[in-house]
Design a protein around this ligand. Structure first.
Ligand code: HSE
Length: 305
């Protein structure tokens, strides 16, 4: 009877970054950890602690486990049928910081290491995107840093790098869940050419500003007309929180992923920015915690094998 155990750490992520809807993402210095043991028998023994633990199923429907099974099937495994999993989560659940991407990437990474790295990282990105539906959160969770992803002939392609700019990511985390599917339902199926042009320019500018360490262009770049205006109705006071964060010194502010987290990008005054966001949310009767984060450079890593 053989058992193999591995522990992986996966960063939370912020997708879209304003203009890069379904394309851009950043890995953040907040982490979930998974210790996975694959078993030959059909035991399923799952324990979850930390953020949102009470709302995460610990049976065969657990996303990490269904992801592990997906990878095992793709790798043609016939050895392993069960698992023991211990997960500790710091990434807030269902708030726009990539909690579902961390679960998927953690399952894939850990199972892949147990299978002696049967797949490379690009193949893991493909598997993760198949499961998640879009690559913008799973890409930074795998690679770290800033990621630009695009689907090419059905396969996600990802350009990633670690910006030199010492960006601080100030995240206001409201105390309510917002599912990505609900936040996608309010989006239009078509947008105007004018709005598309607005985003094309800013997304390109954002990538260039991060690549060339140009904070001035970042200020112009972090804006959006493709998704945030439609989703604002789901987050009380969203644009007021944006305005207060900028007044307090943020370079730019955006919804984090599909929300409800709001993320401010700043080089200084991060404490004041956080306080301003929290106070403005409170004025709209929303309790929000503030996370002071930075960019993670490593992505998913093995911390014990
Ligand atoms: N790009 C996605 C969205 C991120 O905004 O819907 C959330 O998973």
């Amino acid at each position: 009877m053989s058992e193999k155990t591995v522990t992986v750490r996966v960063p939370g992520t912020t997708a879209n970054c304003g203009p890069g809807f379904d394309s851009m993402g950043m890995a953040c210095t907040i982490y979930n950890e998974l210790t996975l043991t694959l078993l030959e028998d059909e035991t399923i023994d799952i324990e979850v602690t930390g953020a949102g633990a009470e709302d995460i199923p610990i049976n065969a429907t657990n996303v990490v486990w269904t992801t592990v099974r997906y990878l095992l099937e793709k790798a043609g495994n016939t050895t392993y049928h069960g698992c023991r999993m211990r997960m500790h989560n710091n990434v807030p659940l269902s708030r726009g910081l990539g909690s579902s991407a961390t679960a998927i990437v953690a399952g894939l990474k850990a199972a892949n290491v147990i299978l002696d790295n049967y797949f490379d990282d690009d193949q893991l990105l493909k598997l993760a995107t198949d499961i998640e539906g879009h690559p913008d959160n799973v890409a930074p969770a795998i690679f770290g840093g800033f990621t630009i992803s695009a689907m090419h002939e059905g396969v996600p392609q990802c350009y990633h790098f670690m910006p030199e700019m010492p960006l601080k990511l100030v995240v206001a985390v409201p105390d309510f869940y917002l599912s990505t599917s609900k936040a996608r339902k309010v989006l239009p199926t078509e947008v105007s050419l004018k709005d598309a042009i607005f985003n094309v320019g800013r997304a390109s500018m954002l990538a260039a500003a991060l690549a060339h360490n140009n904070a001035e262009f970042l200020k112009i770049a972090i804006d959006d007309k493709l998704h945030q205006p439609y989703r604002a109705q789901l987050i009380p006071g969203m644009y007021d929180v944006f305005a207060k964060a900028k007044e307090a010194g943020a370079l730019g502010v955006a919804m984090s992923g599909a929300g409800p987290c709001i993320i401010a990008f700043t080089l200084e005054n991060n404490e004041a920015v956080g306080e301003a966001m929290k106070n403005e949310f409170a004025r709209h009767y929303v309790n929000a915690d503030i996370l002071q984060l930075e960019l993670d450079s490593q992505g998913a890593i093995v911390i014990e094998n």
